[in-house]
Ligand binder design. Structure first.
Ligand code: KG4
Ligand code: ZN
Length: 348
């Protein structure tokens, strides 16, 4: 079935990136712009919600203008406005949602609210101009969604059709990366710093536990985090007698061993789920899918075709929201201008 064509402008402001993108037919990026606040939040060692909302207020208009200018389009050329409704930081979400409402009202365009996690899944549909011949993901697909706030295995049998098979019972994978990075005095965001440190480390140096949670598709990373903490304390107390300046924590080995434990569990459980549900392919999505060790595990060992978004589409961006927005729009999901932000994942 061929779907109608549509150009959608989307806004994403759920956390610390203000992003806008214009997509054609849910796939082709015509224009995209991002204002990252990462450097500002790095000073606090994590996202400072009040600061984040105020940065979004400063950036949202220029970012939308930039995306439209890059696409050589005006609001009159669009078919709908999409925006992230949640989950995310309330103050941050409100900025993007209200901007989208204002644009929809002013230009008399339909408004489409998108779940942020649904957006991450749709990063697999996004292509650059000229690459449209790239095959679209094939259903049924098994998606591993690994971000700062979520770790979920989702079976997608068709567009907008999601079954959440399992999720983390405690920390999300990205959250574990961020917390362990802090423990090892590595900078925020933790994922990229751990990955960098791990490049110089031995992944077999420490045998950290893997929580397999057999017979469920759930995950747990808090035990792993505690185990790294215990190992750090042990190393520190074992060095108790040596002068402080002579002791340095084996950060690279700790980072590599931690990263290997996370990647092992994510890879193994996703493969089992894909086999069990007869998936045609595997889809990785969310910030943690930027992790090189995780990407490589899937590329080298998966028995299924694996769709891994380019790095720019793994972390938060508006192209993925525009893509999900397109599929919602052409399937008749238009929202009233009175919609509120959405704090949870409603699609499972
Ligand atoms: O999807 P995302 O940008 O935001 C959320 O929706 O949460 O994910 C952010 C998370 C952070 O926890 C960050 O540490 C992690 O993704 N991350 C990584 C890497 N790059 C970002 N984790 C592991 N390895 C990376 N290279
Ligand atoms: Zn995200």
């Amino acid at each position: 079935m061929s779907l109608p064509s549509a150009r959608i402008l989307a806004i994403e402001s759920s956390c610390d990136e203000t992003a806008a993108a214009v997509l054609e037919n849910g796939r082709t990026v015509l224009g995209a712009a991002v204002a990252s606040q990462m450097e500002i939040h790095a000073r606090y060692g994590g996202v400072f919600p009040e600061v984040a909302s105020r940065q979004h207020i400063l950036s949202v208009v220029p970012v939308v203008e930039k995306a439209l200018a890059q696409a050589h389009l005006t609001l009159a050329d669009l078919d709908a406005i999409a925006t992230t409704r949640g989950p995310g930081l309330a103050g941050s979400l409100l900025v993007g949602l209200n901007m989208a409402k204002g644009l929809a009202l002013g230009a008399n365009l339909p408004l489409v609210g998108v779940n942020h996690l649904e957006g991450h899944l749709y990063s697999a549909w996004v292509t650059q101009p000229g690459d449209e011949t790239n095959e679209e993901p094939q259903f049924p697909l098994m998606a591993l969604l690994v971000s700062g706030g979520h770790t979920e295995l989702i079976l997608m049998s068709d567009h907008l059709n999601y079954i959440r098979l399992g999720a983390t019972l405690d920390d999300a994978a990205g959250e574990a990366f961020d917390k362990v990075a802090r423990l090892l005095s590595l900078s925020y965001p933790g994922g990229p710093s751990i990955q960098k440190a791990a490049e110089q480390g031995n992944p077999m140096a420490y045998k950290f536990p893997r929580a397999w949670l057999e017979n469920t598709w759930n995950f747990s990373f808090s035990g792993l985090k505690t185990s790294v903490l215990r190992q750090v304390r042990e190393l520190e107390s074992a060095s108790g007698n040596s002068p402080a300046e002579e002791f340095s924590l084996p950060v690279n080995d700790l980072a590599a061993s931690f990263q290997a434990a996370v990647a092992d569990v994510l890879f193994t459980k996703t493969m089992s789920a894909a086999r069990e549900y007869g998936a045609k392919q595997i889809l990785l999505a969310g910030g943690v899918s930027a992790n090189q060790v995780l990407r490589q595990a899937f590329l080298d060992q998966a028995e299924f075709p694996v769709n891994i978004p380019p790095l720019s589409l793994c972390t938060d961006n508006a192209a993925m929201i525009a893509s999900a927005g397109y599929y919602r729009f052409v399937h008749g999901h238009v929202d009233p201008l009175s919609i509120d932000i959405l704090p949870t994942w409603p699609l499972s």
